[in-house]
Write a protein that binds this ligand. Sequence first.
Ligand code: FE2
Length: 346
Amino acid sequence: MTQASMAHRVVRSCEYIPCEEAFVDTRLPGREGKMNYCIIGPGVAENDRQVVHIAEPHGFNVGGVSLPTGKINSLHSHTTAEVFLICRGEWRFFWGYDGTDGEAVLKPGDVISIPTGTFRAFESVGSDDNFMLSWLGEDDPGHVTWANDVIEGAAEFGFYLRKDSSLVDINAGDPMPAEEELLRPLTEAELLRYNRTSPAEMAARVYNVERFKGATDAFADCSLPGGAKTYHPIIGEGCHERSDTPAHILNPHSFSLCAIEAGPGNGFLAHRFGVKQVLTIGSGEWEVTLGDDRFTVGPEDTVSIPADTWRSLRNTGGEAGVVYLATSGDLHAGIEWSEDVQSKLG
Ligand SMILES: [Fe+2]
């Protein structure tokens, strides 16, 4: 691996490039100013003008969104997992095919996994300084299914969706597709197939590292200098070394998600995994070593870690920090320690 090939795997939050018209709903009244980001993979963006920072498949996609306060991201559904991390701001989620099955107001540090096949929407109810990171399951998460009023309303503003979910912008001069090429509204029978998720079911799919204890001995290096950390198994089989560490959310997502909390000078000693991982900084300043390269990263920065590459992670800030680690695949990922770490472990 060359220096350049690792540097492009570090995407800093200050470099994230938004698309203001990523989706068909963006011209509807009350939706103005939505910014969507594709950090890893194209996700479900409908606009081919959306910038994708890292296109390489990872087994899941990573994106982001910000919204002016009071504005809404319209009701829609996905066929794969959608997980949000509230980084900044306060967000009200509401769900059900008419948006009335339940609601939850989430705050920074909250992680929510929305069940597939559930209509969901959200709005910013805090400050305009807001951002959510999102993980979408699978390399190809398919298409967004919008609530019928979104598709019908968008047409009044010159936006149409083809059946392949590509956007038609009449205002920008796109020709009007033939009727049979256009996405049609869902029938009553189709709508009835979508999930009705209760508030209690949704509440069980929210995690925050501040509300859960985590495990301080989930990895062999936790007992070594520089390796002290708390492991929070949020979603899936994970990458820990303890057999009795079930995740908060167990249904398959195509990735596992955990959080690692560590104090100054601590983190992960040198190790590698046989699958791709994506690191997102929740809080603090961290040094990531990838192969021979070393990077300092901070809140909301994202790092793509190739399979089989030796890496280490260290909190270089003055306070405890949190990183989120998404691991490709539904299977438990086994860790391999460097020879140096193995010799210290005896
Ligand atoms: Fe979504």
